[in-house]
Ligand binder design. Structure first.
Ligand SMILES: [Zn+2]
Length: 112
């Protein structure tokens, strides 16, 4: 069971992380618009540019996933359903939640 103090801490860190990721996503979107594909290549070879684009796309995908999960975590906090493992229904270890507030499963259910 989560203590109120811990829950407040987690809500703050989830909210801050979400705001940070959303800001990052915003910056990313505007910098992509600012540089046209032709100019972006510059000194890099076309292959390098394509690889970098793939890496950036993947990072964007990961970030979108985390944003989605953080929103879900905050919603669960509002509902009072936060901190329960989606696999076994047991409480998720506090240390895990502190490391990644959006985590959905306890250490016994997820092998990382
Ligand atoms: Zn579990």
């Amino acid at each position: 069971m989560l203590e109120t103090d811990d829950l407040i801490d987690l809500e703050i860190s989830a909210g801050e992380e979400l705001a940070r990721l959303e800001a990052e996503q915003q910056t990313d979107a505007s910098s992509r618009e600012a540089v046209s594909p032709d100019k972006a290549i510059g000194r890099l070879s076309r292959l390098d540019a394509m690889q970098m684009q793939e890496v950036a796309k993947e990072a964007g995908r990961q970030r979108e996933m985390r944003i989605h999960r953080l929103r879900e975590a905050l919603r669960k906090m509002d509902l009072g359903e936060y901190g329960l493992c989606t696999a076994c229904g047991d409480w998720i270890e506090l240390e895990r939640l502190k490391a990644r507030p959006e985590i959905l499963q306890c250490g016994r259910c997820v092998i990382e």
